[in-house]
Design a protein around this ligand. Structure first.
Ligand SMILES: NC(=O)c1ccc[n+]([C@@H]2O[C@H](COP(=O)([O-])OP(=O)(O)OC[C@H]3O[C@@H](n4cnc5c(N)ncnc54)[C@H](O)[C@@H]3O)[C@@H](O)[C@H]2O)c1
Ligand SMILES: O=P(O)(O)OC[C@@H](O)[C@@H](O)[C@H](O)[C@H](O)CO
Length: 387
């Protein structure tokens, strides 16, 4: 079985690639990082280390790579032959890869009637749907109709903490937390469900992706942004701070209330889910930088992302303003990182327009929305955290 995976980064190698190998696939990684692609082709295998006391490792074999900048024709060939296509490139890169995928699909539908599923494994609601929309912009109406018959774009939720791999001698080796969850929307599958050990197929993905994004990623934003604001470099350091501990519990109680009331989750089970996530953030065998978890602050302040969306649901279901989410959003507005384009742009916007209009612009909230004034109040309140 042949898999094509876009993005040979942390989650690509450390999660999706590992599961595909264990399920019997040969995986062709597609990336723009030539050094990684060359190394994949030289070694044809790499190591995944489980970051836990036992330090178990797995050798992922049957892998190769294609540089999509220098060899796009090879990517098209690989898509024609693929049994599954997956991505883990980041939400903002999905539009970038859509043109090449559309070229592959055009050739494929002209040469075979075999069905194919393309699964975007990104931290967002509706990742595969967005990819489909962008791919279809490059296709004629006739090609779109053929793709609607043959090509599925099931949405997915993926969960596994894979930090940036710093100070590694081996370019391909990747350390990952032992825990993982990969949930895929079954109704959108074309043909047989791809047989990948570890995928859980569900009839309705929405509760799963929102639970994941608004608990794991909402919670993660606290040690990232509040931690960075206080002066910590890693999630582990930040999680040892008593203020961070209070704020993360508060944030997850607020997003939890929003989720429980929306999806009628069992309160005890949801609390157990929260407790497990907090333990995962405290994993001493993982060194995860606050700058990785805080990357892309404009995306993270988007209307459907991990902070604004649960805050708005909380206001709708309780009639109250969420103070801990507001505090965390305030810390995102204070986030600076000269290596992060979105962080630079956010600070430029704040300089030009002020906090109020910047938040309104990135979150697409009405200027009168109660969350905006709550966040502005917290800009002053969080100063005490610096001591
Ligand atoms: N790391 C995690 O803990 C984690 C967990 C769950 C989900 N995710 C999601 O997975 C996605 C990837 O995250 P990551 O941490 O692996 O990031 P990463 O930066 O490690 O990997 C992204 C890869 O995409 C490649 N890329 C960039 N532009 C490309 C293009 N045009 N064509 C092909 N490849 C391209 C990069 O070179 C890089 O190798 C994100 O959506 C993220 O939210 C990450
Ligand atoms: O990948 P992002 O930038 O959307 O979010 C950063 C982290 O919260 C994220 O990568 C988590 O580690 C991951 O979602 C855990 O499953």
């Amino acid at each position: 079985m042949l898999a094509v995976h876009f993005g040979a980064g942390n989650i690509g190698r450390g999660f999706i690639g590992a599961l595909l190998y264990q399920s019997g696939y040969h995986t062709t990684f597609v990336d723009v990082n030539d050094a990684v692609i060359q190394e994949l082709n030289n070694k044809q295998q790499y190591t995944v280390i489980l970051a836990a006391e036992q330090n178990e490792s797995l050798t992922v074999k049957n892998v190769s790579g294609i540089n999509s900048v220098t060899s796009p024709e090879k990517v098209i060939e690989a898509i024609i032959k693929a049994d599954i296509v997956t991505t883990a490139v980041g939400p903002t890169i999905l539009p970038v890869i859509s043109n090449l995928i559309s070229k592959g699909l055009r050739e494929r539908i002209n040469s075979t009637k075999r069905q194919l599923n393309i699964i975007a494994c990104e931290n967002m609601v509706g990742g595969s749907s967005l990819l489909k929309e962008k791919v279809f912009e490059h296709l004629t109406e006739e090609e779109q109709a053929a793709c609607n018959d043959l090509i599925g774009f099931p949405n997915a939720a993926v969960d596994r903490i894979v930090p940036n791999q710093v100070n590694k001698k081996d370019l391909l080796e990747v350390s990952v937390e032992p825990y993982f969850e990969w949930v895929v929307d079954e109704p959108a599958i074309k043909g047989d469900v791809p047989s990948v050990d570890g995928i859980m197929y569900v009839k309705d993905l929405t509760p799963y992706i929102e639970r994941k994004l608004f608990t794991v990623n909402t919670g993660h934003a606290v040690p990232a942004y509040i931690g960075h604001y206080i002066g910590y470099d890693t999630i582990y350091e930040a999680m040892n701070d008593i203020n961070v501990q209070e704020i993360i519990r508060g944030v997850l109680a607020e997003s939890g209330e929003a989720l429980i009331q929306t999806y009628q989750f069992d309160r005890k089970e949801h609390q157990a889910y929260i407790n497990n996530i907090i333990q995962r953030f405290k994993n001493p065998y993982i060194s995860d930088e606050v700058t990785r978890v805080g990357r892309g602050p404009i995306r993270k302040l988007g209307p459907n992302d991990r902070l604004i969306r649960p805050a708005c649901i909380y206001i709708n279901v309780t009639g109250k303003t969420p103070s801990y989410l507001a505090k965390t959003i305030a810390s995102v507005l204070q986030y600076t990182n000269s290596h992060d384009e979105e962080a630079i742009k956010l600070q430029q916007m704040i300089k030009e327009m002020g906090y109020n209009k910047t938040l309104q612009s990135v979150s697409q909230l009405d200027l009168q929305h109660p969350l905006i004034s709550a966040v502005l109040d917290e800009l002053d309140e969080i100063k005490v955290l610096k001591g």
